[in-house]
Design a protein around this ligand. Sequence first.
Ligand code: GRF
Length: 188
Amino acid sequence: MRKRVVILASGTGSLTQAILDATELDIQIVAVVSDSADAQVLERAKKADINTSVIQLKSDRAAWDRQLFDQVDQYQPDLVISAGFMKILSAEFVTTFPTINSHPALLPEFPGAHAVRDALAAGVTITGTTVHWVDAGIDTGPIITQMEVPVLPGDDEATLHERIKKVERGLIVATIALITPTLETYSR
Ligand code: GRF
């Protein structure tokens, strides 16, 4: 039985596209959920005939957390994949839905929303990407896989992030293949 997957994404969606294109994976992507109505990732999902939902953050963060939880719960996911989702997920969310995240650095180095910029500023010559289980912290959950990416002379944030994303696209697919057989079926 293919595992039911919900993808959370806020932006361009190149990671999401890599997962959509990985037809060898034993998964059914039941929805792509975004916090931004004009995220390009939504177009990619629609082109692939995949359900989309937008949960826009208004003033009340607790209400947003609840709306996101309820919307994702309706899809009954066996796995949630955060693929460039720029919001922190509630403790209730990550303790209910097994969730993985792709982070563009070698955690625990450079957690947070500016990992690529921070790695450049730190002057490291090797950075990378990490796929980890999401817990209630910020990029603190158990690491599943990592891959190193070199920082090259003359790199700026854009060139380095693009190089990392090339590696991320392969690592996220390999990691999904790795964990899919171990996933419990949704039950609530
Ligand atoms: C990825 O580098 C991911 O690690 C980070 O946001 C980026 C998403 O890129 N959190 P895209 O929107 O999938 O192109």
